[in-house]
Write a protein that binds this ligand. Structure first.
Ligand code: 1PX
Length: 214
């Protein structure tokens, strides 16, 4: 298997999301960000046309990594501890460009919305026909999730970039987890973990009315 020879494999990336959730149903930021770093590496392999996406994703992951390494790092161990700390200290509702740094909550919210797109996209890939077009799966998943939050210019650039995606089976192969059939099986195993992370985050943010942070 390619992954065994040390090549990049999406299997390891998805495994990071698997290790995010603790027995107490907390979402650990370390593996969560590790999963995102891996996805961004994969995105780089899809070509420069996606660099506007990876730049934004890197910037957001970096903000979170800085919190996780900063003075208050023990407050940024899990999403739950982060929400509690930022809310208790009035760090969350600052308007953007108020001179205050972006909060962890608003930054994670952007990644969380992108995770919704990822779930839909991977599910579309998994259940698609052999000859389905990756660009169509990607566009449909995007329109049903992230697009709502993006201005026209970003939606347009994203749609153009999606058109460059290779056909479904080639895409499954570049995920580097074996044959397309093996990749589909891996997605079947991994997707419930991503759904779990998404569901816990959604509930946490809804409970604290954090789903519309500017
Ligand atoms: C096996 C498949 C794996 C595919 C991995 C691909 C990883 C994709 C990572 C996407 C991360 C996108 C984060 C976007 C966060 C966001 O919504 N940012 C916007 C709002 O931020 P702000 O700070 O201003 O409130 C920001 O305006 C976004 C700018 C960049 C464009 C985002 C387009 C997202 C397109 C969805 C993913 C496309 C990748 C498709 C490859 C298959």
């Amino acid at each position: 298997m390619a992954a065994a020879r040390g090549a990049f494999s999406l299997r390891e990336v998805l495994a990071a999301f698997q290790t995010c959730v603790t027995e107490r149903r907390e979402v650990l930021l370390g593996p969560y960000l590790c999963g995102w770093r891996g996805l961004i590496r994969f995105l780089h392999s899809l070509g420069a046309i996606f660099s506007f996406v990876s730049k934004d994703a890197v910037a957001k992951v970096q903000i979170m990594e800085n919190y996780c390494r900063g003075e208050q790092r023990e407050k940024y161990v899990s999403l739950q501890s982060m929400v509690e700390y930022e809310l208790a200290n009035g760090l969350v509702n600052a308007q953007r460009r108020s001179g205050r740094p972006d909060s962890g909550c608003r930054t994670v919210l952007r990644l969380h919305r992108a995770l919704c797109w990822l779930q839909l996209f991977l599910e579309g890939l998994r259940t698609g026909q052999e000859d389905s077009r990756t660009s169509v799966i990607c566009t449909d998943s995007y329109n049903a999730s992230l697009a709502t939050y993006h201005p026209w210019v970003i939606r347009k650039a994203a749609t153009v970039a999606f058109c460059t995606l290779p056909p479904r089976n080639t895409f499954l192969e570049i995920m580097n987890v074996g044959t397309p059939e093996e990749a589909v099986a891996m997605l079947g195993e991994a997707l419930p973990y991503i759904r779990d992370v998404y569901g816990i985050t959604q509930e946490l943010f809804a409970q604290h009315k954090l789903l519309d942070l500017p």
